[in-house]
Design a protein. Structure first.
Length: 171
């Protein structure tokens, strides 16, 4: 006879995928992550996908959502590329210096991930959708080069959550 699962052996609840937009809306292209998640929030996303505005305090935002399965961070990233370039990065890429700076925020992403690991809330997978800024001067507007790539940024995220074209963000 097949064994029946007891109530004590219930299947684990899947951890959500969180899309975290990071940035500062008054610093031009630094706000690209927030612009992207606001666009994503207006779209139909797969079940289990949460969109979170992290502003300039991503760790604080993550502490409100609990354990995360896949974390997709969208942020401006100084990569030495032409403005508007989109790259899919991982924490290992950041540690190896692939992006000189993910943000100008108070909390470094690698430190935030280490803090999550220390508290037992490390995501199963972390992907950074980095966008090369043209300007992070005081402005409420994205630069023309980054604004022109906003749809491609959201497509890259949709690909990561399984709701868009295959291929990720390596543009």
């Amino acid at each position: 006879m097949p064994a029946c699962a007891s109530p004590d052996q219930a299947a684990p609840v899947p951890r959500p995928t969180v899309v975290l937009g990071v940035g500062n809306l008054v610093r031009g292209d630094d706000g690209v992550g927030l612009h992207a998640v606001r666009a994503l929030a207006a779209m139909a996303l797969p079940a289990g996908v949460e969109v979170v505005e992290g502003d300039t305090a991503p760790f604080d935002a993550l502490s409100t959502v609990g354990p995360v399965g896949k974390l997709i961070v969208v942020d401006a990233a100084e990569m030495g590329e032409p403005a508007g370039t989109i790259r899919r990065l991982t924490p290992a890429d950041l540690a190896a210096g692939e992006a000189a700076q993910v943000s100008l925020h108070d909390l470094d992403l690698l430190w935030a991930l280490e803090a999550l690991r220390a508290t037992g809330h490390e995501p199963d997978e972390v992907v950074i959708v980095g966008v090369q800024p043209a300007s992070m001067e005081w402005s409420l507007e994205l630069s023309p080069a980054v604004r022109a790539q906003l749809a491609a940024v959201t497509e890259a995220v949709l690909s990561e959550v399984g709701a868009g074209p295959a291929g990720g963000a390596g543009r």
